[in-house]
Ligand binder design. Sequence first.
Ligand code: PRP
Length: 188
Amino acid sequence: MTQRPYHIETMISAKAIAARIEDLAKEIRQAYRDTDKIVVVGLLRGSFVFIADLVRELEMNVEVDFLEASSYGSGTESSREVKILKDLRGPIEGRDVLVVEDIVDTGHTLSAVLKLLQSRNPRKLETIALLDKPARREVDLKATWTGFEIPDAFVVGYGIDFAQANRNLPFIGSVVFDDEVPEAGGKA
Ligand code: PRP
């Protein structure tokens, strides 16, 4: 299948992301101030850039682990099957955990991951999402910390892909298809 031609417009610059991460890191340090070491869990694959920048701003003792989940089914189903493709390497029982997600869309992925991790009895379980698309939510859930709330646009970059491309863009961009013409008859 040939790819529809598209271009990418900057939605959130690399500078704005870095500034927001600095602020978020301060809040997280404060929230985990009574913790010797936190377990930072990145959800693959989209969070790999965000988690790398975040942990370097945290300036605390962190253990880094990863989990990969994949959800199946159409976005309109109220319950989707979320499969764990790669589980954590380490135990989290009694530990202070921070789950790092690139984007919360319908909320199914994060909801299923939290349910799984909660069943392992961590001492503390919080979440951070760089992006939040509240307009798409199907599960009542909000990350403890959110970088940016965004509209229901098709976003890429900073870890997020479009057909497995563009994850390496240093900013968040929105995909604009070149054959999409503005609606005719718009109000003057
Ligand atoms: C994306 C994103 C989140 C999830 C959010 O992952 O990274 O994990 O979807 O969607 P939801 O809130 O509707 O569940 P994706 O399955 O595309 O995998 P990837 O991270 O490997 O790109």
